[in-house]
Ligand binder design. Structure first.
Ligand code: URA
Length: 192
């Protein structure tokens, strides 16, 4: 049973990272789509839900545009705690990109999560999940919006790379591209 396998996996993650506040995967295990983000932010850790901050609001709007609801997807992150850095002057904490070591520490768990959920399509959001899945330095700017395939252990999975939804906050010109990519994704999802 998927739910038992995920529970066991989550227990292993909790045990390995017992010193951290974690956010584990969320959503229905029978979803066709599995979305993979980078790592949770402060709001996600606080509410124990993925993509509930600013990036999440963008993600929701994009998904709505192609009539995909949160309830239709399973969402997880590569790194399951919030990577932070401290501003030495102000003492304020902010998010940072996960290090290669942090990504490597979570990779095996992520592969297992994909294998257990076994979605029709894995949607990576930004560079980090793409690099974690393919084990290569792939760049989202070069390969977004086209269907790819990755082998995890003995099975192949379809992967659709999307920009990270936060990218449009910093680069509003990506909005059009994002929507085009989503319509391409929707077309694929509707036909499987
Ligand atoms: N950004 C991510 O990559 N994941 C989240 O859950 C929230 C913001």
């Amino acid at each position: 049973m998927k739910s038992q396998r995920i529970k066991k996996l989550n227990e292993e993650i909790i045990e390995s990272f017992s010193q951290e506040k974690l956010l584990l995967g969320h959503g229905r295990l029978d979803s066709k789509l599995m979305l993979i983000g980078e790592a949770p932010g402060a709001r996600e850790i606080e509410l124990r839900q993925p993509f509930v901050g600013q990036a999440g609001r963008h993600l929701d709007k994009f998904l709505e545009a192609v009539d995909i609801g949160r309830k239709d997807v399973y969402i997880t992150n590569v790194v399951k705690y919030r990577p932070i850095k401290e501003n030495k002057k102000t003492g304020r904490l902010s998010n940072r990109t996960p290090t290669k070591e942090e990504i490597d520490n979570f990779k095996g768990y992520l592969y297992e999560e994909v294998i257990i959920v076994n979605p029709k399509i894995v949607v990576t959001l930004g560079n980090i999940p793409l690099q974690a899945l393919f084990n290569e330095n792939l760049k989202i700017g070069e390969i977004h919006g086209a269907l790819m395939k990755v082998q995890l252990w003995d099975r192949w999975y379809k992967v659709f790379p999307l920009y990270h939804p936060a990218a449009v906050i910093y680069r509003p010109e990506l909005r059009e591209v994002y929507l085009e990519d989503l319509f391409a994704l929707k077309e694929i999802v509707d036909n499987i």
